[in-house]
Structure formats: C-alpha cells, structure tokens
Design a protein around this ligand. Structure first.
Ligand code: PGA
Length: 257
C-alpha cells in the first residue's frame, strides 16, 4: 500500500545536510559500538556536496568510518576513472580521500567496462550489495525530470543495476560541467529502482528553486514511471530533506506550522 514519503523542511541546505550527516554519524557510531558494519548507498551531483563536507568534519572530529561499506548509485559509461567528471573522481575528491573507509569496501560502478561484460558486471554489482547485507541507508538527489540515480522517466519499478540511456533534461543539466551537451556521455550504469526500494531507509535531498516543481510532484499521491521519484511512495521509510526553496511548493501538503 503506497504512503507518502515524509517531507522535512529545513531553513537552508546546510541545515538539511547537517541533519543527514548527524543521522549517518549516529548510525555509524552505534553500529561500531557493537562491532557491526553499516552499508551506505551514496549519490553524486551538486546536492550532496555539503553532506560529504559535514561527514568529513565528523571524521576529523574523531568519528571512524572503518566499519562502513559504500555503494554508489551510478556512473557515466565510457568515462575513465580519472576523467574530472567521472563519479569515481567526484566521490574521491569530496569524500573518500578524506575518510578511513577501507578501499575494498568502496563500490562505484565502473564506466570503463567493455560492452560485452556489462550484463555480468551489473549482476555482480547487485550480488555485492546482497553479500554486504543490503543497503542500510540510501542517499538520493533528484533530477528536474524526477530521475533517481539515472532511472529516467519511463524507468521500470522492477529494475536492478543496469545500463540506461540518459534523458535530454539530464544531458542538458550536465552540459555545463562537460563544456557542451555533445560531450555528455549518453549512457550510464545505474542501480535500478528496485535496488533503491530495497534499501532499508532512503533519504532524498533537494535544494534550490529549480527543484520545487519536481518535489511537489514527487510528494503528490500517484505513482508513475514518468516521474521515477514517485516510486519512493512505495517505500515504508523514506524522508525528503528539502530547503525552503525546494520545499516552496509544499505549503499546502504540509499545512500551517
Ligand atoms: P544535482 O543532481 O544534485 O546536481 O542537482 C541531482 C540529480 O540529478 O540526481
């Protein structure tokens, strides 16, 4: 039975990022206290940069991430790791180079896998998630078209890690970073919607005015493949952490404060 994810409206992106970083920090510390691992699903894009800066700050203040395993949502196909726009590069730059997560516990889809090996590679990525015990907490951003990971409009709710073709809005939004739309890779490896829905908890971050319309749609009852973020309405433990601007269309849903 579908239920609406709960929106949490924060005064700023910084406040939302700090709240999620504290939640993750408490999870990591409480598991470490009993010798247990934590599995995090991680996202890229401009949105989680503040979250990662805050996790790095927690680490500098003494929190160890040695018990953490990570799985990233997606990666462009055809980009070598050391390309400055690869998500491998992004994650190391913003997070992994600054934490004590053992390198073998970090998983990011490899965009340089040869075509013929991709099906096996994608199933093996899912197997690795399963072997780790499944994702405890998945961090998500959201595209203006409602994508989660690179699950673009039209995505199936039953998909696991797979190769996908990027939507034109996604390409337009990435064009600046790549210098032009022609330079944006057209395909990517992404966790599927089902992979995301199998995480035990999901927190979606959205900041800024450009996300207000899609956040309102994602939180309006009605699940449709045309807006993949609406699939989150099928999950039992999802929170949307939004700043004032991204939440500006939600006033009616939230009611008076
Ligand atoms: P952004 O991208 O954080 O750069 O806005 C989010 C997304 O496309 O998932």
């Amino acid at each position: 039975m579908a239920s609406l994810p709960s929106p949490h409206l924060f005064p700023s992106a910084e406040a939302a990022s700090k709240a999620l970083a504290s939640e993750i920090g408490e999870l990591v510390a409480s598991r470490a206290a009993t010798g247990q691992p934590v599995v995090l699903g991680l996202a890229t894009g401009s949105t989680p940069i503040g979250l990662y800066a805050e996790l790095v700050r927690l680490h500098r203040n003494g929190l160890s991430f040695a018990n953490v395993t990570t799985f990233n949502l997606d990666e462009y196909l055809g980009l070598p790791r050391d390309h400055k726009e690869s998500y491998w590069h992004f994650m190391h730059d913003h997070l992994f180079d600054h934490l004590d997560i053992p390198r073998e516990k970090i998983h990011i889809p490899d965009g340089s896998i040869p075509e013929e090996d991709l099906p096996n590679y994608c199933s093996e990525y899912e197997n690795a998630i399963a072997r780790s015990g499944g994702i405890d907490l998945q961090v998500l951003g959201i595209g203006r078209n409602g994508h989660i990971g690179f699950n673009e409009p039209g995505a199936s709710s039953e998909s696991y890690t797979h190769v996908t073709t990027l939507n034109e809005i996604t390409i337009a939004d990435a064009a600046d970073s790549f210098g032009s739309p022609q330079n944006v890779p057209v395909r990517a490896i992404t966790m599927g919607v089902r992979t995301i829905l199998e995480a035990r908890r999901v927190v979606l971050l959205a900041f800024g005015k450009s996300k207000a319309g899609i956040i309102r749609r994602a939180l309006t009852p009605g699940v449709t493949s045309e807006v993949p973020a609406t699939y989150l309405q099928l999950h039992q433990d999802v929170s949307f952490f939004v700043d004032e601007e991204a939440g500006s269309g939600l006033r009616e849903q939230l009611g008076p404060e």
